[in-house]
Design a binder for this molecule. Structure first.
Ligand code: NAD
Ligand code: ZN
Length: 253
């Protein structure tokens, strides 16, 4: 599957940036956005579930849905794709994971310093004053997708707590973006895994990498707009291709 040239190129890389999307968590049982055939994304306008306007209109539907998603994530485990990325660190001086995912499966697999471009289900904040809110350390008691739940109140101002994720019309956190851009500019290889490459500004990171001379490697079972720009395209599941890649690298050295 991997040519020797490709493997040697990876081993020579001083720094690799890995950009991940919902696809890397698919094999942990977390539904991707574009692949979802059922669920609330299908029944409701995404703008209701993922915008400040939608939240204002129906706070308990939106909060309940994110709590349902958080429950799914807490019950899920990192899969061989997340774990192989941690092993890949052994073969390069520096590896930075930049994710569009709002789950914490990279961290639970053992990746350090993960950059979250779209925030996290686990770090909610106040809709009014932006102050972070601490969850009680329990799995949310929401078994059914679509169940409504009143959001908790802010300890500081009494405002409603909202999910700590980046919604449509909101900017990616500046610090996360800066860290991601710096990592990409400094990298010899950008590995794009499980992302449809449709959501900006994350989808611009491979372009920035190319301008700075990096090679682009993509892992995805389906075609994406990145196909024509990538130097290497591997069609398949992250949880299968990444462990095979780590094995091939170990066999070579
Ligand atoms: P996306 O849902 O738009 O695309 C997922 C991509 O993953 C697709 O290209 C699909 O072909 C690919 N894929 C599916 N199964 C795969 C597998 N086993 N291995 C490798 N690739 C696989 O996701 P996106 O590009 O991340 O953008 C959608 C937005 O939805 C993001 O903003 C993200 O924050 C959010 N989201 C996050 C999660 C999560 O945190 N796990 C889940 C759903 C959506
Ligand atoms: Zn507040």
């Amino acid at each position: 599957m991997f040519s020797e040239d490709f493997l040697i190129g990876l081993l020579r890389a001083r720094r690799i940036t890995v950009l991940t999307g919902a696809g890397i968590s698919a094999e942990s049982g977390i539904a991707t956005f574009r692949d979802a055939q059922t669920g609330l994304w299908e029944r409701y306008d995404p703008a209701l579930l993922a915008s400040a306007e939608g939240y204002k209109e129906d706070k308990s539907l939106v909060w309940g849905w994110y709590e349902w998603r958080r429950a799914q994530v807490l019950k899920a485990k990192p899969n061989p794709g997340h774990l192989a990325l941690v092993e890949l660190e052994r073969f390069v001086d520096e590896l930075t994971v930049v994710t569009q995912n709002v789950d914490d499966l990279h961290e639970r697999a053992g990746s350090k310093g993960v950059i979250h471009l779209h925030g996290s289900l686990h770090h909610p904040k106040c809709f009014s004053c932006n102050e972070p809110h601490e969850f009680a350390n329990t799995i949310p008691n929401i078994a059914i997708e679509g169940e409504r739940l009143e959001p908790p109140r802010c300890d500081y101002c009494g405002g409603s707590i909202r999910p700590g994720v980046v919604w449509f019309g909101e900017l990616v956190p500046e610090e996360a973006w800066q860290q991601a851009e710096d990592a990409v500019i400094d990298s010899d290889v950008l590995l794009s895994i499980g992302t449809s490459s449709l959501v900006r500004p994350a989808s611009m990171l491979p372009d920035i990498a190319i301008v700075h001379g990096a090679k682009i490697v993509q892992i995805n079972p389906d075609p994406t707009p990145l196909d024509s720009k990538a130097h290497y395209n591997f069609r398949g599941k992250a949880g299968e291709i990444l462990p095979t890649l780590v094995k091939a690298l170990s066999d070579l050295i």
